[in-house]
Design a protein around this ligand. Structure first.
Ligand code: FUB
Length: 307
């Protein structure tokens, strides 16, 4: 199914004001956005939690969803790239939450939070399906790994210029662990991410994300339930990071979750809201907006559609 997202730029100073349209008429959330230059054509890929197949009362879907686009404007629903049944160690009714995918070594690695207490990793030769469990055990397991935190969910993977991969995850206390070059093993201990100068009353909640821009590492995250998407910057992927501000303000739903992709000089933030008819905290929809930096490296806050 093809679907056009129309972004109307209203004003760019000091905030980016947009009237946003969901990228798909299907309820989905927790976008993990990428531009993969696979074979002869590059495309945007957005991996998502599938809110259309949950009960409507909780995030209890057991499959993930994928959307693709050649230009970030016209989107195709590419179906189910993976379901929890790929992992034999998981209960078949385990909830499938915010996914992440990384492209390396000519393969695609799908980081899958399963059941709220484990993160699995699956591998495929292609980005849109064919994934199989890359291990026979979870990559992170609350019951097995010390310092995995209360809820090892919301993985986000970043690979630095030296080829070192890092995985961020967790609720309430942000976590980071180095990945081996195989992308399917951890390398060393799970550490807490330190965010300095958090404003009074604000805190880390969930949905961590790391990207690099102009030599600076940006650690962004949701501040809770409901949450803002806030960000902090630092000189190393391991932190510490210093709080800088808000990218996306509170939504009318209980969660906020985003990712950032830079391609061809264009920076986009993807997040979920409840813009579709029938939308709610459990019936979310994915939208996107341009991400802009000021000359001091700060990120301009997205002005949300007031409707
Ligand atoms: O979709 C389920 C959960 O809601 C995600 O893991 C969180 O980030 C929040 O968006």
């Amino acid at each position: 199914m093809r679907y056009s997202a129309i972004l109307i730029l209203v004003c760019a100073i000091p905030a980016v004001a947009i009237a946003a349209q969901p990228i798909s008429p299907r309820f989905s959330a927790d976008p993990s956005a990428h531009f993969f230059s696979d074979k002869d054509r590059g495309q945007y890929y957005v991996y998502a939690t599938d809110d259309a197949s949950n009960s409507g009362k909780y995030w209890d879907s057991t499959t993930w969803r994928l959307y693709t686009s050649p230009d970030s404007l016209s989107w195709t629903d590419a179906g189910i790239p993976l379901s929890v049944t790929v992992f034999k160690w998981a209960r078949p009714d385990a909830k499938a939450w915010a996914p992440e995918v990384a492209h390396r070594n000519g393969k695609y690695y799908f980081y899958a939070p399963v059941g709220g207490d484990k993160i699995g990793v699956a591998v495929s030769d292609r980005p849109d399906g064919g994934y199989s469990d890359a291990r026979t055990t979870p990559l992170v397991d609350k019951a097995r790994d010390s310092n995995a935190g209360d809820e090892p969910i919301d993985p986000a993977v970043f690979v630095d210029n030296a080829g070192q991969a890092y995985m961020y995850f967790g609720t309430r206390v942000p976590k980071v662990v180095k990945l081996g070059s195989d992308m399917t093993s951890t390398d060393g201990a799970i550490k807490n991410v330190v965010i300095q100068n958090m404003p009074e009353g604000s805190q880390y909640g969930e949905a961590p994300f790391l990207h690099e821009h102009a030599g600076v590492y940006y650690f962004s995250f949701s501040t809770g339930w409901p949450g803002q998407i806030a960000y902090a910057t630092g000189g190393s992927p391991l932190g510490p990071f210093t709080y800088r501000g808000v990218i996306i303000d509170y939504l009318k739903i209980s969660t906020n979750h985003h990712s950032i992709v830079e391609h061809d000089g264009k920076s986009l933030v993807f997040y979920h809201d409840s813009l579709l008819p029938g939308g709610s905290s459990y019936r979310r929809s994915i939208t996107t907006a341009p991400l802009e930096y000021a000359s001091d490296g700060s990120i301009r806050k997205i002005a949300l559609d007031p409707s």
